[in-house]
Write a protein that binds this ligand. Structure first.
Ligand code: ATP
Ligand code: MG
Length: 572
């Protein structure tokens, strides 16, 4: 393609709205433009990358035995009411009414639609296992759309759904998808980790997320360096402490802590370690207010808390609820002599702590040397905190490390969650009706393109991994002389014939402008043709990633580029 014939509106300056590298570089390289919050147009260059990712996804899905279909974006509310997700999905579901006032939504995911199809069309176990996928635009009215393609309200997803006659078959289907995902993200040239994950709004029993490791990731990945444990922070288990505090119990007493509310304020005022302090947090779920006790140096994991309570989400109680329940303003709540009878949950670490400092349930006061059972009761202990770096691995294989990650894909073993609610049965070999056992598998195609940039860039711009680059070669003739122009046209033609994708900068621009745009756009190889070099019989081939330049005769260009593109890992 010639630059003059393509819409590539590059920007010299950083757009103010962009907070992350990928968002900034996609705007600057002329790959995307915003239409509304979280809604983007993919310009030709951006779309080429999306198509590359889709191509790899499609090949690996087909190779794993999945078959492609395409479901509608609009789906009727009745299907969602069958599973209860019309209500459960909440505000994230884009809803609309047709002219007959019938409720519809724009699909955020397609379990309902595919399950409806399969229950109608597949009757016998002989037709299973079955795995169907699509690559399609999805809609989720995210609370905070941001970071460009990373968290859109409209985005491209590959979603696959497997149906098996029994649990063992479903596990096999799950494993096949897991393996396909490993191949997909490896082929995309990304550094990633598969981690154990929570099942969230999709539900089910077992799940893994595929995380591209990058500083700007919104998710936290927890793993052991040499071991096998890897989970996301929401999920990462924290084993109960094995040793308890041997200190003798001291008499409880109240101390004045004027205006000291936060862990930092109280611990420095009383000159104690945050490990000695217990935070008393009040949560609300439905009408119930409950208390969660957590050590001062730990953070509550609200996903674990919600899972323990069997609810979708929990929220911190309002200051008014805190006042009504504890008789004290926020910052001074404690478990001793609570005014109101409420459920008290505590993280495991509380059991191993003695002589704790807690709020006194009156303004400007704390209690020191509060002790479990003697001074207050706990209704239930559980793993309620976030894992921290240095915590022991729940699998006993060393200590945990934390890193930031971008979730690019997730696989779920659903079991019969959807088939039961929608009565999707098949006949087994004995002619008995059985619920289909399902799995579902998503990949954020547009997010993967953005994640690749987060991981592969420098101060000048993008450095595309070869397999998903919009073009392999950026052809940069440095003058309008006949010799240079003819050589450029010749090499463009030759490279094209060899199946190499070339972006030909045929603008009459200064060399500096062309180099800057080429670095910004990030094709893996830059082919520079200048009068001086040509007079000496060579052109220059630059590797974007390393900056290394090879001078070579024009006749060797095609062979060299082909070997770099197709060869095993060449470091290019
Ligand atoms: P997140 O936790 O990031 O909101 P999710 O777990 O809700 O994502 P899934 O339901 O697992 O998302 O969807 C499958 C894949 O679709 C995700 O792994 C992610 O790559 C992609 N995806 C999800 N939401 C968005 C979004 N708002 N914008 C872009 N891609 C998304
Ligand atoms: Mg997910």
């Amino acid at each position: 393609m010639r630059t003059t014939q393509m819409l590539i509106p590059t920007l010299r300056d950083d757009p103010g709205e962009a907070e992350t590298v990928s968002h900034r570089l996609m705007l600057r390289a002329g790959m995307i433009r915003k239409v509304a919050a979280g809604v983007y147009t993919y310009l030709p260059l951006g779309l080429r990358v999306i198509r590359k990712v889709e191509g790899i996804v499609r090949e690996e899905m087909n190779r794993a035995g999945a078959q492609e279909l395409l479901m509608p974006i609009a789906s009727p509310a009745e299907l969602w009411r069958e599973t209860g997700r019309w209500d459960f999905y909440g505000k994230e579901l884009f809803r609309f009414k047709d002219r007959h006032e019938r409720d519809f939504c724009l699909g955020p995911t397609h379990e309902e639609v595919i399950t409806d199809l399969i229950r109608r069309e597949v009757r016998s176990y002989r037709h299973l296992p079955l795995n169907c996928y699509q690559i399609q635009t999805k809609f989720r009215d995210e609370i905070r759309p941001r970071f460009g393609l990373m968290r859109g309200r409209e985005f491209i997803m590959k979603d696959a759904y497997s149906f098996d006659k029994d649990e063992a078959g479903a596990q096999l289907s799950y494993q096949k998808m897991y393996d396909a995902y490993q191949r997909i993200f490896t082929r995309c040239g990304l550094t990633f980790r598969a981690v154990e994950a929570d099942t969230g709004l999709i539900g089910g029993d077992v799940s893994h997320e595929f995380m591209v490791l990058a500083e700007t990731g919104e998710a936290t990945v927890v793993y052991t360096d040499h071991g096998t444990y890897a989970a996301n922070l929401e999920r990462a288990e924290v084993p109960p402490p094995t040793e308890s505090d041997p200190a003798p119990l001291q008499p409880i007493k109240a101390v004045s802590t004027p205006n000291k509310r936060t862990v930092e304020e109280v611990t420095s005022f009383l000159n104690i370690s945050p490990r000695q302090l217990v935070k008393t947090l009040l949560y609300k779920t439905g009408q119930e207010v409950l208390v969660v006790l957590i050590r001062g140096d730990h953070e509550v994991n609200e996903v674990k808390l919600a899972r323990l309570l069997g609810v979708n989400e929990v929220t911190l109680a309002s200051p008014l609820d805190v006042q009504v329940t504890t008789n004290a303003p926020v910052g001074f709540a404690g478990p001793v002599d609570l005014k109101t009878k409420v459920r008290v949950l505590a993280d495991h670490a509380i059991k191993a702590t003695r002589n704790m400092v807690v709020g006194a349930n009156q303004p400007d006061a704390h209690l020191v040397n509060a002790n479990l059972d003697r001074d207050f009761k706990v209704d239930q202990f559980a793993d309620l905190r976030n894992a921290q770096a240095g915590d022991p691995s729940p699998r006993g294989d060393g200590r945990l490390t934390l890193a930031k990650g971008i979730e690019v894909g997730q696989v779920f073993l659903l079991g019969t969650k959807y088939s039961k609610k929608m009565n999707a049965t098949i006949l087994d070999a004995q002619g008995q009706e059985r619920l289909a056992v399902m799995g579902c598998y998503g990949i954020g195609v547009s997010r993967t393109a953005a994640a690749a940039i987060e991981q592969n860039h420098d101060a000048k711009g993008i450095i595309w991994p070869v397999p998903i680059a919009p073009f392999h070669v950026h052809l940069l003739p440095l003058s309008q002389s006949t010799a240079v122009q003819e050589q450029a046209a010749h090499l463009y033609d030759q490279l094209g014939r060899a199946g190499i994708e070339v972006l030909w900068d045929d603008r009459d621009e200064r060399a500096g402008v062309k180099f800057n745009d080429a670095d910004l756009i990030g094709a893996p190889f830059h082919l520079v043709i200048g009068d001086k070099g040509l007079a000496q019989g060579h052109v220059e081939l630059k590797t974007r990633k390393t900056g290394t330049v090879s001078k070579l005769p024009p006749s060797e260009v095609v062979g060299t580029v082909s070997s770099w593109i197709n060869g095993p890992s060449t470091g290019h």
